[in-house]
Structure formats: structure tokens, C-alpha cells
Design a protein around this ligand. Structure first.
Ligand code: AMP
Length: 585
């Protein structure tokens, strides 16, 4: 049994990390060997003709690059309870549902003990680096973490989101204790069946333990912002509960009520204190340190599609440091944030060479234009030629390929990363965007990042009126000719038509991709349309995904809605309050 006082041997962890990253190439070779020796007998690898070879060269020659779609039939058989080893030697007992917010529906991916171990290794590694610069004392963490509904597949395997599988694992709690980051909320709140009720109770627990809170965290930063936006609405009710020592009747689940009853005692002094603090704040600036005077930092994934929430998070955090959490996915972890003092905008992730075998498809060199002589057909040939972990070049962008301990071999993750440097011989990656998220009509190509930059630019116009874009999304409308970009905005208050027209023009001008600009100039792409949606629209989208089995902890607003994602598109279109067309070109 771990004693509560046991803490992590940070120096040893840092030393091991140095050794491993100095020898990244060999560690990668060894890792691949371990994965293939362990799973070589599984049907998938047997069919590849590896014949027990475990070296990277044979592996690359025999095993093809795949996407989730290619592996779906195998994963489905695992989920259906097939008896024989299909992807891994040891039976897979748990399935993770990836958040699916980028694709419209959750995907099944295998989860096993080895994946849990790599999760903990990543947590420990970044903690070691973080704790050197931002030491925390024994205290508690206000973690906005939630569990998805856990179901069983046809074959009797547990299926839940990856974060749920991690939180439910007995190793998780021990690891948090050792990292002095024990969650202040009881399990009944984390695993409560209704996210709204759990969120309320997390806030209440945070307030009850307000002096002990050392850090505020969540998996993705979106959940922290959502939590404090909710606080703005329910703080008086929270104070009433604390004053009387009685939980609001809006919490209906008996298990959650009884767990909270053990913590909640009448405390009028605390209720007065919180009321005083809240009424002192100007527009909730600095709310987090005001409520939690001993908070050392705020922690959660803050890069990629989370960047748009940073402004609001900084507003709540005032001068409390924001530290981005690590880089990974339901399919497997990739890198740790080992430079925690960098602001989230500059965060990079050092790849851990022993948690999987990694390859990278260079995005520049692989697109070779081929002209075909038959008629006047021209096409783009994209034959990916991946390079190894230690072969990547600084300044170049790549798509990440994972081979994991959980049955994924040469799996295209679909994320684009940029190599910013090396830590010893392992690369430090910046997350750029999802590869398939793209606004495109003809020769234009705008990624999620381009959209984010355009929105940031245009949002400056409403910031002058002390308003903000709460959330945003987009799609391409090709129902009329020429097609055009549609940007959906939810705004925190009323903005005049003149300002919104200017925002719309600014959005249109901010897509600087040459294909877009030239198409706009000749009207091959029509004027950009800004659609302002009613307040609460993006909450409806979140609720829609929760209904599909997603979980708030892993939620990412879909930034570009595919035409096939009917339901989300319908929610957006049904809630349009006003729309504007650009006159910028
Ligand atoms: P999920 O499908 O819920 O497992 O989400 C995994 C995806 O979230 C990754 O493939 C990335 O696109 C994104 N993601 C995970 N970690 C980060 C990070 N640190 N920064 C940016 N995006 C991330």
C-alpha cells in the first residue's frame, strides 16, 4: 500500500529521461522489438509476413500505413469478443471511445494495461519537470474531470472514453497521490452520471477545500473555462449551500448527494468570504486566485484547438501560470511538456522514445505533383515516405504515425506537428492542427489554425466593446454557386450590425492562403458569411456529443463541420440569430 506521504522520486525520473532521450534511436529500436516480440503471434501481424523479424526496416517493408478505417474491422472483432489474438497477444479487455468531436462520431480504439502504464509514465515525466519549477506542497487539486457512461460491447468488453478508462483504473488515484495532486472531489462526483451535476459539485468541493487547492486542472482547457463560466451563474447558489450546509435540490443522484453530505457542513464564514470576494471582482478578472489563494498553476491541454480559450482562461487566472498538459490521444501518448514555464502558445512536447514506435510523414516532400500525359488530366500523388523519430528536421511539419503497445501498427493519427528542436536526440514537437480539418472549396486550403488566426483577428473588433467570441465553428456552403465559407460565432453580448459587418470583412481578409485570396478576387469563391448564433448554441453541441457517449473532459468543439455531420450542422443552422456577407473583395 502506498502511504499518503510517499512522493515521487523526481531526480531519478529526470535522470532516466535524460539517459533515454540521449539514446532515442536505440530506445526506439528496442521498443519496436518489444512490441513485435510481444504481439508477433497476433493475426494482424502474422498476415504481414514479418516471420519474427523485429527490426524497423523489415517492419516498414512488411506492414502498411493504415488509418482507423482500415483497422475498424479488426477492432470490431475484438469488441465483439473474438477469442483468438487479433491485434495483440494478450486479450484486450477495454475499448476506448475517442472523443470523435473532429469526425462526428466516436471511434473505437483498444485500451490495455500497457497503455495505462505509458499514460502514467507521461504524467510522471511532465510532473517531474513541472515540479522543479512550480513545486506544489501537500494539498489538493481541483480537477474538472468527468467519466463517460461506461457500456459493454457485444463481446462484453468495457467501453468508455480513454480518460474514463484512465480515471477508473486503480493506478490513477495512486499516481495522483504520489504526485501530490489528489482530486478534492469524491469519486461519486467524478463518476456521477450527469455532467452538469458533477460540475456543480466539483466547484463546491473546490470552495470547501479552497485553502488547500494547489492546482486547478482538467484534461483539456475547455472544461476549465466552462467550469468558471458556470461559476459566474451559480456562485450564489453555491454560497447558499455552504452557508446552510445543505446541498441544492438540483443535485438529484443519491450517491452524489450522500458523498457531498459528508463534506458539506454549515459554514457561514466561508459563504460570507466567497460572497465578498465575488462582489469585489471586476468582470470576474482574477477569479481563480481570489477563490483559491494557494493555487500554484492551472494545468490542462492548452494547445491546438484549445488555444481560443486561453484569453478567457487568462482572464480568470490573472497572474497564475497556465501550463499546458501533455500530448497524446486515445490511441496512445506521444510527448510530455518538459518546459512548463513556457506560455501555452510556445509549448512543445518532447517525445518519449519508449512509449511507442513513432514515424513521421514529412508534409512538404511527400506531395509530388505529377502531370499525366493522357489527355489533360493532372493529379496530386501523395505517396507517404515516413522518417524515423530521430530523423525529423527542425522547422519541418509532419503527420504523426503511431505503433503502440495496444495493437495499433503504423497508424496514421491525423495530427500535424512541427519540429521545433531536440531534447538530446528526441524531437520537441509543436502541435499544429488536425490534418483532415480543412476549409476548402477549390484550390484554397485553410486549416483549423488558419481559421483560429482569422477569428482572433476579427474578434479584436468586438473586444473593443468588451465582448468576446465564446466559441466558433465553420463549414463550407456549396449549396449555391460559387461556394463560400461560413463562420459561426457565439458572442458574449449584443454587438451592432456595423461592427459585425466589419468582423465579417475582417474574417474574409484574414484568410491569407494564396488559393483563397486569388479565388475570392475572381469570385470563384463567394463572399464569406458570418452567422451569429444564439447564446447557448455551443452548449447544445456539447450536449449532443455527450449524448453520443463523449465526455466533457475530452470535448473539442468541431472547428470545421463536415456536411456529413448533419446533427451539428443542424444545431448551428437552427440557431442563427443574424448573418452577414463580406464585402471585403
Ligand atoms: P481524443 O480523440 O479525444 O483522444 O483526442 C486526441 C486528439 O486531441 C489528438 O489526436 C490531438 O488532435 C488532440 N490533442 C491531444 N493532445 C493535444 C495537445 N497537447 N495539444 C493539441 N492537441 C492535442
Amino acid at each position: 500500500m502506498l502511504e499518503k506521504t510517499e512522493i515521487l522520486d523526481v531526480e531519478k525520473l529526470l535522470g532516466d529521461f535524460e539517459l533515454m532521450t540521449k539514446d532515442a534511436e536505440n530506445v526506439q529500436r528496442e521498443t519496436l522489438k518489444m512490441i513485435l516480440e510481444e504481439n508477433g503471434c497476433a493475426e494482424y501481424l502474422q498476415n504481414m509476413g514479418l516471420n519474427d523479424r523485429t527490426d524497423p526496416e523489415s517492419f516498414k517493408a512488411c506492414v502498411p500505413l493504415v488509418t482507423h478505417k482500415d483497422l475498424e474491422p479488426y477492432i470490431q472483432r475484438v469488441a465483439d469478443g473474438a477469442f483468438s489474438p487479433i491485434l495483440t497477444r494478450k486479450p484486450i479487455t477495454t475499448i476506448s471511445l475517442s472523443s470523435g468531436t473532429t469526425q462526428g462520431k466516436p471511434k473505437f480504439v483498444p485500451f490495455n494495461d500497457e497503455l495505462m502504464e505509458t499514460t502514467l509514465q507521461i504524467y510522471r515525466t511532465s510532473f517531474a519537470f513541472r515540479n522543479r519549477e512550480f513545486p506544489i506542497e501537500n494539498g489538493k487539486a481541483l480537477q474538472f474531470i468527468y467519466s463517460s457512461k461506461q457500456s459493454k460491447t457485444k463481446g462484453g468488453l468495457f467501453a468508455g472514453t480513454a480518460t474514463t478508462n484512465v480515471f477508473r483504473n486503480s493506478q490513477f488515484k495512486k499516481a495522483m497521490t504520489v504526485m501530490q495532486s489528489e482530486c478534492c472531489s469524491p469519486d461519486e462526483v467524478i463518476f456521477g452520471p450527469d455532467f452538469h451535476q458533477s460540475l456543480y459539485c466539483h466547484l463546491l468541493c473546490g470552495l470547501i477545500f479552497h485553502e488547500e487547492i494547489q492546482l486547478v486542472s482538467s484534461t483539456f482547457a475547455h472544461s476549465i473555462v466552462l467550469a468558471f463560466r458556470t461559476f459566474e451563474q451559480v456562485w450564489e447558489e453555491l454560497c447558499d449551500d455552504i452557508r446552510e450546509g445543505v446541498l441544492t435540490s438540483r443535485i438529484t443522484f443519491p450517491s452524489v448527494r450522500s458523498a457531498m453530505a459528508k463534506l458539506l457542513k454549515p459554514n457561514p464564514e466561508l459563504a460570507d468570504l466567497i460572497e465578498k470576494k465575488c462582489s469585489r471582482l471586476s468582470n470576474w478578472y482574477g477569479l481563480i486566485p481570489e477563490l483559491f489563494p494557494n493555487v500554484k498553476y492551472i494545468y490542462g491541454i492548452m494547445t491546438g484547438s484549445m488555444e481560443p480559450y486561453l484569453k478567457k482562461l487568462r482572464h480568470y487566472a490573472a497572474d497564475v501560470p497556465l501550463i499546458s498538459a501533455d500530448y497524446g490521444s486515445s490511441e496512445g501518448w506521444i510527448g510530455a511538456n518538459i518546459n512548463p514555464s513556457l506560455p501555452p502558445e510556445s509549448t512543445t512536447y518532447a517525445v518519449l522514445p519508449n512509449i511507442g514506435y513513432f514515424e513521421f510523414i514529412p508534409l512538404k516532400e511527400n506531395v509530388e505533383e505529377h502531370m499525366q500525359e493522357n489527355g489533360n488530366v493532372s493529379f496530386l500523388s501523395t505517396e507517404p515516405k515516413p522518417v524515423g523519430l530521430t530523423e525529423v528536421k527542425v522547422g519541418e511539419e509532419y503527420e504523426v504515425i503511431i505503433t503502440s503497445f495496444a495493437g495499433l501498427y503504423r497508424y496514421r493519427l491525423g495530427d500535424v506537428v512541427k519540429v521545433m528542436g531536440f531534447h538530446n536526440s528526441t524531437p520537441e514537437l509543436k502541435f499544429v492542427c488536425r490534418r483532415n480539418l480543412m476549409l476548402t472549396i477549390n484550390i484554397d486550403k485553410n486549416t483549423e489554425k488558419d481559421l483560429q488566426l482569422a477569428v482572433e483577428e476579427a474578434a479584436k473588433l468586438i473586444a473593443e466593446e468588451k465582448l468576446e467570441v465564446i466559441d466558433f465553428s465553420s463549414n463550407v456552403d456549396v449549396s449555391s454557386d460559387p461556394g463560400h465559407y461560413v463562420i459561426f460565432w457565439e458572442i458574449s453580448g449584443e454587438v451592432s450590425d456595423e461592427v459585425l459587418k466589419e468582423c465579417c470583412n475582417c474574417l474574409d481578409r484574414s484568410f491569407v492562403d494564396a488559393g483563397y485570396v486569388s479565388s475570392r478576387k475572381v469570385n470563384a469563391i463567394g463572399p464569406l458569411e458570418l452567422r451569429v448564433v444564439w447564446k447557448g448554441t455551443f452548449h447544445k453541441i456539447l450536449d449532443h456529443y455527450l449524448g453520443l457517449g463523449a465526455v466533457v473532459s475530452q470535448f473539442k468543439t468541431p472547428r470545421c463541420v463536415e456536411p456529413t455531420n448533419n446533427k451539428v450542422l443542424q444545431i448551428l443552422c437552427d440557431n442563427v440569430a443574424k448573418n452577414y456577407f463580406s464585402t471585403a473583395f
